[in-house]
Unconditional design. Structure first.
Lengths: 336, 516
């Protein structure tokens, strides 16, 4: 997996085997789903529906981009849903405060939202690094802290009445695809480049695989790990503004459970929860697969409850397949 | 040997022709062992002589590739540790195998808790535990949680645990490592009581004085082969050491080229690893300096403290005469110091990443500009290192996991050469590496010294150090007890120095787990 994302010219055997077993595997599964739904649900392959799917998966894609960094360094962030609510209400307050021109208010709101998210991410990262607390526990705490802070901040009220142009942007399309989805794709692209082309990305993968080896090679691994949480916070902040632009409200209870969808997208995308293995392209495909599955089942008339069961089963299958995929790929590579 | 006795008692346990092959290493080659009822039999040998492998075979943890064992005259082939215990072979391992959250009594009888109506019969459990604790002289209540005991108490508990079971052979692997002299003498009294019942004790210890005090006979292994089995009475410490080390110094090392040492590159002044002793030494350009000593004598702790891998209590490090602050590996790397850890897989390599990424890990600045990787440059430098060190690999983008141990070691070496290290600290450079690759690694190390680097080699393999070093620092109980120049190399003398810190009765012997 890593050699695919890191190597421009990987060894032929490893390249082919790992591509087929890695991202290509999810791609094939995604195509199969699309084919099934196209045949069984007439409304599935319409341009309206494709726009709809893109709208639906935008938020999860953004959150999953940040989550990929955290999972790659061997952590997890359970707080993204709550932090998103906190970012939304604080920046929503900025938007409705008045006194600024619309564009200035929107810019400030984006900035504030990102800073709130990054602040929460910084706390998550620092606490888990400084006191060696598993990030699972720290972010579980942050999940409650941020949710409570959001409710406290707004006195449990929902903010609305954002500038009209803000909402127009949120529902606009570019080349038939929602503008916001383009933004999420941009985030995927940047994330991909950071992971595969930069020193930081290299260290993210290496730390997830063997932190001690990286430390003994003279790197400050803690800084990289904290940065991964801050990046996750940044994507949460952007996702919060996205949510407000589309739905025109900021509620302190929004985003509940979003963290699990983001984690699911990353894991379906082939990442290992113990770190060091995964890719941004896989994460995007994972988010698409979840979105297509939900939408297709809905169009086929599958009930809400059954849909939930099927989605859960898909996540489990993805993890089991991943387990065998790693072994199979290494066996194929090991063969001379 | 026993043939001279008037009526040789039948052995309790007899092992013959035991052979065990590990990948790249023949750990045991046709060894034998014979334990008589009621004797304390010492098993001696240097680190890596095969003692632990034999213990694991006796305990049913590993199966021999060839050879047979009999216990009480019947064939003995334990499939797992439970079968070994069932048959009456009890092993007290160096590492404690207790369950810290359970009570003393529960740990004692864990395999067979007394039951009544399907529930644990606590009254019976505690009564039996008290009996057993009295027998070993351990003054704790059966209800105490094991985590609240001291290490020595845990050790005694570990021993007590074997006593209620059918015990025909008791194997003790470094049992006194953590005991005070008083506790040790209590343990000896206990062992004598156990042998009086006819149980044979196989006793493994670095502490030769203990061996002479307690043991009846000994068996010596060297390089996985049986060297001698004889009575301890009438044998001297020097005889034992000579048997352990052997006299055959093979020509399996690169030819030594004498060189005048260059300028001083590194000096450690009273470097004090946490929990260790202060150590001072200096390294010069062009030198290969060895660190000899028993496992646990402080060598690994010293080099890790030097590198900033573990915190230290004090001391100064001077690089090229100037004092420098080394609080983390980052600082050490900046000052041109490198550490090739003894455990390559868990501390050296990122196994799933390509060879190139592993080689450039400590010199990432050389393959990046403004934080962006320059992959063409990375591949070029990696290929250079592969050529220079003759790493056998299908390509630099190949994951290092698939390489052999020797080639993996070369990758780590390549990493530090690329990082521009002047001082290479190498901990157990050839552990787990097969004979062919060993020579290559040795040649590389010697060549690096010829290039003006300073090398510090930690090894438990004394012939290795004598083969490649210009001088050897000998560690014993955390201190440098001697420095031997190449012209004076003598394995018996070096080994005697290595043991010197442990020969007084009031000192605990080193543990065998060289935990960093």
């Amino acid at each position: 997996m890593t050699s695919v994302t890191l190597g421009r010219k990987p060894h032929p055997a490893s390249s082919l085997a790992q591509q087929v077993m890695g991202e290509a595997g999810i791609g094939i599964a995604l195509l199969a789903l699309v084919a099934i739904f196209t045949l069984s649900a007439p409304k599935f392959a319409t341009s309206d529906n494709i726009t709809h799917i893109a709208t639906e998966i935008t938020l999860n894609t953004m959150l999953a981009v940040g989550m990929t960094f955290v999972i790659l360094v061997g952590g997890i962030d359970l707080s993204v849903g709550s932090v998103m609510a906190l970012s939304a209400v604080v920046s929503g307050d900025v938007l409705t405060a008045g006194g600024l021109s619309t564009s200035a208010a929107v810019l400030l709101a984006v900035l504030v939202s990102a800073l709130v998210g990054m602040g929460c991410g910084l706390v998550n990262g620092l606490v888990s690094e400084r006191w060696r607390v598993p990030s699972f526990i720290v972010t579980l705490g942050m999940l409650n802290v941020a949710r409570g802070a959001a409710l406290q901040y707004t006195d449990a009220k929902t903010l609305y009445d954002f500038p009209e142009s803000f909402n127009r942007f949120g529902t606009s399309t570019l080349l038939g695809i929602p503008t916001l989805f383009w933004i999420s794709l941009l985030m995927v692209a940047v994330g991909h480049l950071v992971l595969t082309r930069t020193v930081f990305g290299r260290l993210v993968f290496a730390i997830g695989s063997n932190e001690e080896a990286v430390r003994l090679s003279g790197h400050r691994t803690g800084v990289v790990k904290v940065a991964a949480f801050v990046i996750a916070g940044f994507t949460v902040g952007i996702a919060a503004v996205t949510y407000m632009a589309r739905l025109n409200i900021a509620s302190p209870i929004l985003g509940s459970g979003y963290e699990l969808n983001a984690i699911a997208a990353v894991v379906i995308g082939g990442a290992s929860l113990s770190g060091g293995k995964g890719s941004m392209v896989g994460t995007l495909l994972g988010a698409c697969l979840l979105g297509v599955l939900t939408n297709g089942l809905l169009l086929m008339g599958v009930s809400d409850f059954q849909r939930q069961m099927i989605t859960g089963a898909v996540i489990m299958v993805a993890v089991v397949v991943d387990h065998y995929r790693g072994r199979l790929a290494s066996r194929l590579v090991a063969r001379p | 040997m026993t043939a001279r006795l008037p009526s040789p008692p039948a052995p309790v346990l007899e092992a013959t022709g035991i052979r065990k092959q590990f990948p790249g290493v023949l750990a045991l080659d046709d060894v034998r062992l014979e334990l008589l009822p009621g004797e304390v039999h010492a098993l001696l040998g240097e680190n890596g002589a095969g003692k632990s492998t034999l213990v694991r075979i006796l305990a049913g943890i590993q199966q021999p590739d060839a050879g047979g064992m009999t216990l009480g005259g019947k064939p003995y082939q334990p499939a797992d540790p439970a079968a070994a215990m069932q048959a009456g072979v009890q092993v007290v391992h160096q590492e404690l195998n207790l369950l810290p959250n359970l009570t003393v009594a529960e740990n004692l009888f864990f395999q067979n808790l007394p039951r009544r109506h399907g529930l644990v019969n606590r009254k019976e459990l505690h009564r039996r535990a008290e009996e057993l604790l009295a027998e070993v002289g351990l003054e704790v209540r059966p209800q105490t949680k094991v985590e609240r005991l001291g290490i020595a108490q845990m050790q005694l508990l570990e021993i007590a645990r074997t006593l209620w079971q059918d015990c025909r052979v008791l194997v003790m692997d470094e049992p006194t490592a953590t005991l005070t002299p008083r506790e040790t003498s209590r343990l000896f009294t206990l062992l004598r009581a156990i042998t009086a019942r006819g149980t044979a004790v196989l006793y493994i210890s670095h502490h030769l004085e203990e061996v002479f005090e307690l043991g009846d006979r000994m068996t010596v292994f060297r390089n996985g082969r049986h060297v001698a089995t004889q009575e301890l009475a009438g044998t001297s410490t020097a005889d034992v050491i000579q048997l352990m080390v052997g006299r055959d110094m093979e020509h399996e090392y690169p030819p030594h080229v004498p060189r005048e040492p260059g300028p001083e590159l590194l000096r450690a002044d009273a470097l004090h690893p946490r929990g260790g002793e202060p150590v001072s030494f200096a390294l010069h350009a062009g030198e290969v300096v060895g660190m000899a000593g028993l496992v646990g004598s402080g060598r690994t702790e010293t080099v890790r403290a030097l590198f900033g891998a573990d915190p230290r209590q004090g001391g100064t490090v001077l690089v090229k005469g100037r004092p420098v602050r080394i609080a983390s590996p980052k600082h050490a790397v900046r000052h041109g110091i490198s550490l090739l850890t003894e455990d390559r897989k868990s501390q050296g390599l990122v196994l799933d990443m390509p060879l190139a990424a592993n080689i450039t890990l400590a010199a990432i600045g050389k393959i990046s500009r403004g934080g962006v990787l320059r992959r063409a440059e990375e591949n070029r430098l990696a290929r250079q290192a592969v050529d220079r060190l003759a790493v056998r690999t299908p390509g630099v983008r190949h994951p290092v996991r698939t390489l052999s141990g020797g080639n993996q070691q070369k990758v780590v070496l390549g990493r530090w050469l690329l990082a521009g290290a002047d001082v290479l600290v190498v901990d157990e450079p050839t552990r787990g590496i097969d004979v062919g690759a060993r020579y290559e690694i040795h040649q590389q190390l010697v060549d690096l010294a010829a290039d003006g680097k300073a090398l510090l080699v930690v090894s438990s393999d004394l012939p290795e150090l004598m083969g490649i070093c210009d001088r050897i620092l000998v560690f014993s109980r955390g201190r440098v007890v001697g420095e031997v120049q190449r012209k004076d190399f003598d394995s018996s003398q070096i080994l005697a120095l290595a043991y010197s810190g442990y020969t007084s009765a009031d000192s605990p012997a080193p543990t065998n787990g060289d935990t960093p």
